[in-house]
Design a protein around this ligand. Structure first.
Ligand SMILES: *Cc1c(COP(=O)(O)O)cnc(C)c1O
Length: 467
């Protein structure tokens, strides 16, 4: 064992050999050494474990190969691009919404340079960052005033903290939502110092339930859009207008957490009719909150709309400073909102909307294109078929909405499905599909045409190296 351990080259020898190669000269030495040590330690451990390690496995050229791979992996940013072939459009784990090219250029211009973030160019005096999107939001939605914060969870928290601290907030039992990542309405309520008063039954809540629960200590009536689940069957929910008139009658503010916050009607594209932001505003809600990166298709943000008086109070809450929106988000959000000014082109220009509305034939065409290439390149290693599948909207939006889609379905013959998926995640551009019945399903609704060659290349690489 000692004899074989002595065959393992020194870190310095490996380093010297690496530096012959131009590629590694520009990589920080600390990283090179880390890569070398990782590979050498692994071999040493193998020997110590009594695994079968041959002298030829420990020669410099053989180890150098593994070391180079290791360093390339270490040198890559941890936060990287992936290909989403899951068919889930607003995939929270894969970054929710994609930003259009024009938005990225705007973002780079305002963040790679100084900007008028809080500087009023007309007066030369200090300005407000919120002013940059407030007018746009009001024009697009009909709201009187607007404010943007870090995300919708922050928006709800801030609004509750401002309007209902130490007071009672009345919510229907059917709307006590949990969003992924443990955002639960009752917990947020507790954090904000408001007291949750549940009314009605899980499936049915009536206006009289709200009315009976109102006391001298009631601060707010809250409606939460059940964005990620549906209660179906014998159900009843109080309409916005009824809740609003109850609020007016008793001088209580009424707030709606819309969740996704859609600015366009998706029903012409065969999707369920989601309540739009404009409709919520028109119904008279005093405060409305929604996400920037769900159906809106923009950056992570929380948007708060409402009456001037209430939005002013929310702006002045010291907590707002801690939850405030950063300049990247603000720049991207302005750019996205501007795209909504042209309803003719918005479905083409915002990727989330484009994927939601893409006709089945277009998705099918991509599947057929990819299948043709894969059939030629990897049909030795797996079966290749095009199948009809169902995509999902995701992001906790439209839970029961299926979108007819088309996928390339691969059944690996030479390796297990698990191993295939694992290997695809280690590619330069990791490929994420979904596993179904021993097959890898690559749903083409969430894949762009310009990604097909990367998918083909990645699959070819994985199958060739594992067989
Ligand atoms: C998604 C969602 C939230 C949280 O929004 P984030 O922007 O992810 O913080 C809050 N409420 C509802 C109803 C939601 O659907």
């Amino acid at each position: 064992m000692q004899k074989i351990l002595r065959l393992i080259p020194s870190v310095d020898d490996c380093l010297l050999a690496l530096l012959q190669d131009q590629e590694f000269k520009t990589i920080p030495p600390m990283l090179l050494k880390k890569g070398i040590r990782t590979v050498l330690d692994k071999q040493r451990q193998k020997v110590l474990n009594g695994d079968n390690v041959q002298p030829k496995d420990l020669t410099l050229p053989v180890l150098l190969d593994a070391i180079q791979q290791q360093i390339r992996t270490l040198h890559q940013p941890l936060f990287q691009r992936v290909i989403n072939a899951t068919g889930v459009i607003i995939h929270t784990n894969l970054g929710r919404s994609l930003l259009p090219g024009d938005t990225l250029r705007q973002l780079s211009d305002t963040s790679g340079n100084y900007s008028n973030l809080e500087f009023d160019l007309a007066t030369g005096k200090r300005g407000s960052r919120y002013a940059l999107v407030e007018e746009l939001l009001c024009e697009l939605t009909g709201a009187e005033a607007a404010l943007v914060v870090n995300n919708n969870a922050a928006a709800v928290l801030l609004a509750l903290d401002t309007l209902a601290k130490k007071k009672e907030v009345i919510v229907s039992r059917g709307q006590l939502v949990e969003i992924g990542g443990s955002f639960r309405i009752p917990d947020v309520m507790a954090r904000s110092g408001a007291k949750l008063i549940e009314v009605g039954a899980t499936n049915r809540t009536h206006l009289s339930d709200y009315r009976q629960a109102i006391t001298a200590n009631t601060g707010l009536l809250l409606k939460v859009h059940t964005s990620n689940y549906r209660i179906i069957g014998f159900t009843s929910e109080v309409k916005n207008r009824e809740l609003v008139s109850l609020g007016r009658e008793l001088q209580l503010p009424v707030m709606e957490d819309l969740g996704s916050g859609c600015l366009v009607d998706l029903s012409p594209y065969g999707l369920h009719k989601e309540p739009t932001v404009q409709e919520a505003v028109a119904s008279g809600m005093d405060v409305i909150t929604f996400s920037g990166d769900k159906l809106l298709g923009g950056p992570q943000a929380g948007i708060i709309l409402g009456s001037r008086e209430l939005i002013e109070r929310i702006k002045k809450n010291p907590m707002n400073r801690a939850l405030r929106i950063d300049k990247f988000t603000l720049s991207a959000l302005e750019s996205i909102l501007r795209l909504y000014q042209d309803p003719q082109t918005v479905f083409e220009r915002i990727p989330t909307l484009r994927m939601l509305s893409a006709p089945l034939e277009e998705v099918q065409h991509r599947a057929e294109q990819l299948a043709e290439v894969l059939y030629k390149s990897i049909s030795r290693y797996c079966t290749v078929e095009v199948d009809e599948v169902m995509s999902r909207v995701g992001g906790g939006a439209m839970p029961e909405q299926n979108l007819a889609s088309s996928a390339v379905v691969l059944q690996p013959l030479t390796i297990t499905l698990n191993r295939l998926e694992q290997q695809l995640r280690t590619l330069d551009t990791p490929l994420i599909g979904r596993a179904e019945n021993d097959c890898l399903v690559l749903d083409m609704r969430t894949v762009r045409s310009d990604e097909l060659h990367l998918i083909a290349k990645g699959l070819g690489q994985v199958f060739a190296s594992t067989t």
